[in-house]
Ligand binder design. Structure first.
Ligand code: TXA
Ligand code: MG
Length: 317
């Protein structure tokens, strides 16, 4: 690799903590995607996150915590929220909960909302960073707003043109962003599907998971067009046309340099892990369109189809 990095690459967790202490932003691996981290209590650091991503300020950030003590200093946990935390944390789940009056986090993080999104990641380097920094860290996905999420350190370097220090944790295990759940009294609303499926949430709590259409709670960041490669995206394709790159799944696969198969064995977890990497690789072929095979809409396939639908959405603003 002959690219010039403005920061030494990679930076250690200790160096990353120093950057956070200085009010700078730093990219950290999590088990879902890489996050662009800044001290959640520091207005300037949080502003840098929005600026670096080009993210609209109405779109709130997820606060990453080392442990339940830290999480409970920020949000009120109902018995149901405790149940979910016990079942899935640390892990790829984000809870939207009432923000505590006394929470020491910048209002920019929550975009002025009375709720706050919290997550305890399980990636060992994210955990080490959070334990050493010992303060909550705001972190959206470490990609320019609207683009494909980063599942490797190299994706972050490319996305921000080497301007952000990166802790390298290798390829992300889950590959799609965390499942976001809003917890309201005794109800759970799925704001963003992820690798923890609605069925898993129901199995852990005995409650049916509601969809956001049925009430007013939404994740402001769930824009119709998102996660977009440069190429246009065409879904549910079994036979691509000559000029299209092809993203296959299972037995529906293409041949040649402009084809990838998300999972030859039809394993949805493997497909999620490969999703953003393969979209990037096919985008790099310069094909005008990426055609995508049908993906079963079950389990983590629901999260994959959610991201693909947004990647395929009309981008006219
Ligand atoms: O896996 C992940 O969740 C990654 C890693 C880095 O943790 N983060 C991530 O962040 O995907 P981001 O900013 O790309 O997506 C966060 C989503 C946005 O759609 C945002 O609108 C929503 O969470 N969100 C944040 N705070 C919220 C709140 N108080 N109420 C509703 N939605 C909220
Ligand atoms: Mg994102």
């Amino acid at each position: 690799m002959n690219e010039r990095h403005l920061y030494p690459f990679p930076v250690s967790v200790n160096e990353a903590v120093e950057h956070l202490n200085n009010g700078a932003v730093v990219a950290m691996p999590t088990e879902t995607v890489y996050g662009l981290a800044g001290a959640a209590f520091n207005d300037d650091a949080v502003l840098k996150i929005f600026k670096t991503k080009g993210r609209p300020k109405f779109n709130p950030l997820i606060v990453h915590c080392a442990d339940m003590g830290m999480a409970q200093s920020i949000a009120d946990f109902s018995p149901l929220a405790h149940e979910l935390a016990a079942a899935f944390w640390p892990g790829p789940m984000t809870l939207v909960l009432p923000k505590k009056q006394s929470a020491k986090i910048s209002d920019l993080v929550t975009a002025g909302l009375e709720t706050v999104a919290i997550r305890l990641p399980k990636h060992p380097l994210a955990r080490e960073l959070l334990l050493k920094f010992a303060q909550p860290v705001a972190a959206p996905s470490a990609n320019p707003s609207g683009k494909l999420s980063p599942t490797s350190a190299q994706h972050v370097i490319e996305g921000f043109k080497n301007t952000v220090p990166v802790v390298d944790g290798g390829a992300c295990e889950a590959g799609v962003e965390s499942t976001i759940l809003a917890v309201l009294d005794n109800r759970i609303v799925l704001l963003r599907p992820g690798s923890i499926s609605a069925e898993m949430v129901t199995a852990a709590t005995g409650l049916v998971v509601e969809l956001p259409q049925s009430n007013k709670v939404v994740a402001p960041g769930m824009l119709k067009s998102h996660y977009a490669p440069n190429a246009s995206v065409r879904l549910n394709v079994t036979k691509p046309s000559g000029e299209e790159a092809f993203l296959g799944f299972g037995t529906i696969a293409g041949v040649g340099a402009s084809s990838r198969n998300l999972s030859p064995s039809s394993d949805l977890a493997e497909a999620a892990k490969n999703l953003f990497q393969y979209l990037r690789e096919l985008d790099a072929t310069g094909a005008p369109t990426i055609a995508v095979a049908p993906i079963p809409n079950e389990g983590i396939g629901i999260a994959i189809n959610d991201r693909l639908t947004r990647a395929a959405a009309d981008r006219a603003l």
